[in-house]
Design a protein around this ligand. Structure first.
Ligand code: ZN
Length: 491
């Protein structure tokens, strides 16, 4: 038996000005052939579970591609066709395909990157059993559902169950191949464009919806039940919340469980809308919290959802109000890192930090912040994740440095990396738990590595293309009407 195992992932923020080409995939990681197994077999990634299943079956493993890029703008046509071509070429003579996809990949020429890939596979190999894992931020489409045998999404945000869901869906498809069960799927998506900042699975309303999915799976006829928060910043027709239920041949059961989850999601639609707080007031409130560590979230500039990690609005306000003992993870500015390398450790430098990117989609001109500090640390930015998300995966933040202003230590990196693991700090010699304020360019994923640390968390509404202020975004492609862009009362 030959089993194809592949990963092709990108969460596309169509408001980002950053072009996602093949080089950007290579920056985060692009592997082929034997390197795929070597790189991922001992990690917590879906692909590791697929490798385990294939080995148990004694199958030959075919690994044309395993790649992922940090979220950013549309994937170039060239990169998309190259990656999709590697997978479809390899699928010509395999018996099963186990795929690790995201579900919110938009390319220059296709809205539905995953559905397009799956449709091509299905057209070429109508009987090929295909298992698919998708991110909780997947924008599910008819093409994805129509062109695979079974699909499943993560039940956690932060995503700490990637391995488990891959093992679940992989075993469903293997059992189907062995004639032990017959997967059927029912899916749906109400007119609900929920905001990412309101999708944490430890918070309501996702907590209840995920509990409903887990309850559904207690019925042995329900093989997999998934609720997708969706990714509103990929402006494509199917963006938004959805659910899909896989049962063993029982379509009525799949539909009933789907309806129950989606009715609850719609009933609680208001809870998926983020309630803002003026930045000055929020920072002022944080300043009164002296029992740290207090988590400060610069959520509008979170590169883990496609922002550019170099907007200085929040950092400037925290400096202006003079909060003391702040560590910042992290600002993307390769030019500043080079300047700090030239200055050398221990020397004082004045920098125009960040603000290198114009963001036409939100009418923002890049505005660097002039800042003086001491170069405290210089590193190559390489470390391995030891926390619960992406466990075992090698990270490369590029040449990195720490600028110490006396009140604030800022980690500056050369490649985008969302701070979901403490390695962002510990790799540059900072122990975050020993500081009063931890300012992160993150939204929810920080909870994976830092969740047990803060005495309080304050979300700070700055600028950037992961803003939770819908009035700053011009949606052109998502189906309308949709809540909350349109204040409708029918799903
Ligand atoms: Zn996600």
């Amino acid at each position: 038996m030959r089993i194809l195992i592949a990963m092709m992932k990108h969460e596309t923020n169509t408001f980002s000005p950053v072009v996602t080409d093949w080089a950007r995939f290579q920056d985060w990681g692009a592997f082929m052939g034997a390197d795929v197994v070597k790189t991922y077999k001992d990690t917590a990634m879906p692909i590791a579970a697929y490798i385990k299943i294939a080995r148990e079956l004694g199958a030959e493993i075919v690994t044309p591609l395993a790649t992922e890029a940090m979220p950013s703008g549309k994937v170039t046509k060239e990169a998309y066709e190259y990656m999709a071509g590697l997978i479809t070429d390899a699928a010509k003579d395999v018996d099963i395909a186990l795929l690790d996809l995201h579900g919110a990949m938009v390319a220059e020429h296709v809205f539905d990157g995953e559905g397009t890939l799956l449709a091509r596979l299905r057209a070429m190999r109508p009987d090929l059993p295909i298992a698919v894992t998708l991110d909780l931020h997947c924008n599910l489409t008819q093409a994805m559902v129509d062109n695979c045998t079974a699909l499943i999404g993560y039940k956690t945000y932060p995503h700490v169950d990637m391995y488990q869901v891959a093992e679940q869906v992989g075993r469903i498809v293997v059992a189907a191949v062995q004639g032990k069960l017959e997967p059927v799927m029912a899916w749906g998506h109400p007119a609900l464009l929920s905001q990412t900042l309101r999708q944490g699975t430890d918070d309501e309303p996702m907590k209840t919806l995920i509990a409903m999915a887990r309850d559904a799976e207690r019925n042995s006829d329900v093989l997999a039940a998934t609720v997708f928060g969706g990714f509103p910043l990929a402006d494509m027709p199917d963006a938004g919340t959805s659910a899909i239920i896989v049962t063993d041949g029982d379509m009525a059961l799949a539909q009933a469980e789907r309806d129950a989850i989606l009715e609850e999601a719609w009933r609680r639609r208001e809870e998926f809308v983020y309630q803002p707080e003026p930045l000055q007031e929020a920072v002022g409130r944080a300043k009164l919290m002296t029992n740290g560590p207090v988590m400060l979230l610069d959520h509008a500039d979170n590169c883990g959802s496609g922002a550019n990690q170099d907007v200085m609005t929040v950092i400037a306000e925290v400096l202006r109000q003079d909060l003391d003992d702040v560590v910042v993870g992290a600002v993307w500015d390769p030019v500043a890192v080079q300047a700090m390398q030239r200055a050398g450790v221990g020397n004082t430098i004045t920098l125009k930090l960040g603000g290198k990117t114009d963001m036409a989609a939100i009418g923002l001109k890049g505005a660097p912040l002039e800042i003086t500090g001491t170069v405290k640390v210089l590193t190559d930015g390489r470390w391995i994740v030891r926390g619960p998300m992406y466990t075992g995966v090698s990270v490369n933040m590029g040449p990195s440095a720490v600028l110490d202003t006396g009140h604030m230590q800022i980690v500056v990196v050369s490649r985008h990396h969302e701070p979901w693991d403490r390695g962002v700090f510990t790799s540059v010699g900072i122990q975050p738990e020993h500081h009063r304020y931890i300012l992160l360019k993150s939204r929810i994923h920080y909870r994976a590595g830092f969740g047990d640390l803060p005495t309080a968390t304050v979300t700070l509404d700055g600028d950037g293309v992961t803003t939770s202020d819908n009035s700053r975004l011009t949606f052109e492609h998502v189906r309308r009407p949709i809540f909350p862009l349109d204040l409708i009362n029918e799903p």
